[in-house]
Write a protein that binds this ligand. Structure first.
Ligand code: BYC
Length: 332
């Protein structure tokens, strides 16, 4: 009898808690639907927090790992001007990673935890950075196609429902736009004033980067695990396929101006849809790369882990300095 009345009481408490939780979730969704920004101290469902930490930290990792393929060409840039531009671009990417780690930290996850997830292979980063940069033209093509795809995906994130992420993205997008233009301009110079060998080098780079760039937008909507919920929460404003189509539509004309061809025999204007049709994407290759078996996955991760290990003394020195400053302030 006693046990039964206790469990009834517990059930009642549970029902009240569930009703409270549901009311909170409904109020939260109403704020999102009204276009309100969610700030770090606001109540949020734990799954919203988890999704954001996943996406923002993976985005941050992509920026940091994304420094490597282009960084490979800093010492071999063909002119002082191109070297200065490339240095600034790679440095910007480091900065983007830092804004994004800071945005993710506001959700209660430490930078050490995020980096540990990267270094142990638990967290993902963009598939695109697992491809090699074999010639100088790859640097221009990364600017044009990879940063072009990144902007297409990231401009809508400036209106993401989570305030710190949305604000970080505004600055990131401004800089990405310069990155895209510098890449396009460097390709234009090679295509208009270059030798036949240089033009062939640009075409070869486009052939290698085109399909991986389309994969950057993620799996097709039918296979996208998170899109539906993320769109309901206003984290994603467009689906993977919508953004991929927008990118193809914008890029075809740019390719014509450059005088290069895109490596897709099925690329065709569809009058009825008002969009470019394009051929099938090799999703087996995408999942292989995402799963760790791309051309450069092991090399990229090993480089990041080495940088982390070799930077330990810097972190220790910075912490010791901060402690010293703190003690001096306390004593004063
Ligand atoms: N690569 O349900 P889905 C840059 C994963 S940095 C690897 O559609 P979601 C730049 C996805 O994480 C560019 N993994 O996911 C830097 C999920 O697995 P988990 C980076 C991918 O999150 C330096 C699973 O597949 N941009 O531009 O709704 C130099 C199912 O996917 C990829 C961002 O990070 C991929 N390509 O949508 C130059 C932007 N695609 O997490 C340039 C922010 C999907 O469940 N992120 N996966 O294990 C986003 O907008 C979204 O996270 C995505 C994916 C559109 C990428």
């Amino acid at each position: 009898m006693y046990t039964q009345s206790l469990s009834l009481e517990q059930e009642k408490q549970l029902a009240v808690a569930t009703a409270e939780e549901q009311a909170k979730e409904a109020a939260f969704q109403a704020r999102i639907d009204a276009g309100d920004y969610i700030e770090p101290k606001d109540w949020m469902p734990s799954s919203y927090r988890k999704t954001l930490v996943r996406q923002i930290s993976q985005h941050a990792h992509s920026e940091i790992v994304g420094m490597l393929p282009e960084g490979n060409w800093i010492s071999r840039a063909p002119t002082l001007k191109r070297k200065a531009i490339l240095l600034a671009k790679v440095q910007d990417e480091g900065g983007h990673g830092l804004y994004l780690y800071a945005a993710a930290e506001t959700l209660g996850t430490s930078r050490d935890q995020m980096l540990d997830a990267l270094h142990t292979g638990k967290a993902k980063y963009s598939s695109i950075f697992n491809y090699p940069t074999v010639t100088w033209a790859d640097v221009g093509v990364i600017g044009w196609l990879v940063d072009g795809a990144a902007i297409m995906n990231q401009v809508p994130l400036c209106r993401c429902s989570y305030g710190p992420y949305a604000r970080a993205m505004i600055r990131v997008c401004r800089e990405e736009s310069f990155h895209q233009r510098q890449g396009y301009e460097s390709l234009l110079v090679m295509m208009q004033n270059g030798t036949e060998a240089q033009k062939a080098m640009v075409q070869d780079a486009v052939n290698r980067w085109w399909w991986p760039s389309l994969m950057m937008f993620g799996p097709p909507d039918s296979d996208s695990l998170h899109s539906e919920q993320s769109m309901r929460w206003g984290i994603k404003r467009n689906s993977n396929d919508e953004l991929r189509q927008k990118f193809v539509d914008a890029t075809v004309d740019q390719a014509k101006v450059l005088g290069i061809s895109l490596p897709d025999p099925e690329l065709k204007w569809n009058e009825e849809r008002g969009h470019w049709d394009f051929g099938p994407i090799n999703w087996d290759e995408f999942w292989r790369v995402v799963g760790g078996d791309g051309p450069c996955n092991r090399e990229r991760l090993a480089t990041r882990v080495r940088a982390w290990d070799e930077g330990e003394w810097v972190r220790e020195a910075a912490l010791a300095h901060a402690r010293k400053q703190h003690t001096a302030k306390e004593a004063a």
